[in-house]
Ligand binder design. Structure first.
Ligand SMILES: [Zn+2]
Length: 109
């Protein structure tokens, strides 16, 4: 019995199993090439999702920043506090997404 990497969740599973016990990914009938292709597709999907999330984070940061610049609310007002909070949260979110993007494996194994 050999161990292979699940194309979907990348956990180690038996090559005899017909579906992944962790994520229910169907393995039966997939050739190694198909599994590779499926793995690539799933990694690409993860990448696309992270990219659109970091774009969203960037837009929120820019929006909050533009609001601060244009509306110039008093620093003590709740509007300013919310805008500051949004900038901080979205910048952290953006950086976290970029790091997760870097951590996505490019090659299987
Ligand atoms: Zn799996």
């Amino acid at each position: 019995m050999a161990l292979i990497e699940c194309p979907s969740c990348t956990k180690r599973i038996s090559d005899k199993s017909t579906s992944c016990p962790f994520c229910d990914f169907k393995l039966a009938g997939l050739s190694p090439q198909d599994q590779d292709r499926e793995w690539q597709r799933i990694q690409q999907e993860k990448k696309d999702k992270l990219l659109s999330q970091s774009m969203l984070a960037l837009i929120i940061a820019i929006g909050a920043f533009a609001y601060m610049y244009l509306a110039q609310p008093y620093p003590e007002s709740w509007q300013a506090q919310v805008a500051y909070g949004l900038i901080i949260v979205s910048v952290i979110w953006f950086v976290a997404n970029r790091i997760r993007l870097l951590l996505i494996k490019k090659k299987r194994r």
